[in-house]
Design a protein around this ligand. Structure first.
Ligand code: PHE
Ligand code: FE
Length: 285
């Protein structure tokens, strides 16, 4: 789950997929492992195979190194088993949620080093594209980097920052940082550009596109620029932001964002393809 129901995934015109009647107050529930069918496990297995085969040269080394720690690849892992290793590594845990959850409980979980993972899996006919995040996106895409101590601390701090942004009415700005780092971030490694964002790492098409295509803009991560840039949820990104290391990401976001939000309110936005939004509006008539 990526939280931020209306903001991030734009599924606001219909209820989110998933059975919320089984959720507790904080939106967590039990992973309904017994309910998975043979087809569900097979879907996970095939997604895992396709995606792990194309990681070398495209995915960040930290992701590749940690992926085996998820355990089973031929079936959907039991989250409890993943947690035994994850908690030892970084004191993070995954918790089950029925699907997308609202911003505040999402931020609260992250601030407490709990990463919400959706337990349902896409149908076979959704193999290449699923509108809302499923267990493959959440687990395969997000969880390996939670084994990295610096990245894991970044995600916790993002959760705390989210609670603060909520009080300041700045969630939309902050969610862009989530989008362009945790979901669609690129990192410059010694051997070249690599992907570390979960939205890229769980997508068969966007993984090679984000790293190799000459089409998108690739800008160095900069807080103001990133939080001024809109994004599209239903196409490959037209802009990616590049970091040099997870430590740089952590250090860059350590400052108090309150003055930044103030500053941002007076600044024009950029469209997803990097044009000043005012110009784009004029061009569109
Ligand atoms: N430092 C930010 C603040 O003061 C919080 C934050 C941390 C945001 C890490 C994003 C990532 O609001
Ligand atoms: Fe996500």
């Amino acid at each position: 789950a990526t939280g931020q129901t209306p903001v991030v995934y734009g599924a606001s015109d219909r209820p989110p997929r998933g059975d919320y009647s089984r959720a507790r107050e904080d939106y967590t529930c039990e992973q309904n492992w017994a309910a998975y069918t043979a087809t569900d496990h097979d879907t996970y297995h095939r997604l895992y195979q396709r995606q792990s085969a194309q990681l070398p040269g495209l995915a960040s080394q930290a992701f590749i190194d940690a992926l085996p720690l998820l355990g089973a690849k031929e079936r959907i892992p039991r989250f409890e088993e993943v947690n035994e290793r994850l908690y030892k590594a970084t004191r993070w845990e995954i918790v089950t949620v029925p699907g997308l959850i609202p911003e505040v409980p999402f931020f609260q979980l992250l601030a407490n080093r709990k990463f919400p993972v959706t337990d349902w899996i896409r149908k076979p006919e959704e193999f290449d594209y699923v509108v809302e995040p499923d267990v493959f996106h959440d687990l395969f895409g997000h969880v390996p980097l939670l084994f990295n101590p610096v990245f894991a601390d970044y995600v916790q701090r993002y959760g705390e920052g989210g609670l603060k942004a909520e009080r300041l009415g700045a969630c939309e700005m902050l969610s862009r940082l989530y989008w362009y780092t945790i979901e669609f971030g690129l990192i410059r490694e010694a051997d070249g550009l690599r992907a570390y964002g979960a939205g890229i790492l769980s997508s068969a098409g966007e993984l090679p596109y984000s790293v190799r295509s000459p089409e998108p803009l690739r800008l160095p991560l900069e807080l103001l620029r990133t939080m001024r840039t809109r994004y599209k949820i239903d196409t490959y990104q037209q802009t990616y932001f590049v970091i040099d290391s997870f430590q740089q990401l952590f250090d860059l976001t350590a400052q108090d964002f309150a003055p930044l939000y103030e500053q941002l309110r007076g600044l024009p936005e950029f469209t997803a393809d990097g044009r000043p939004a005012s110009e784009a509006a004029t061009a569109a008539g």
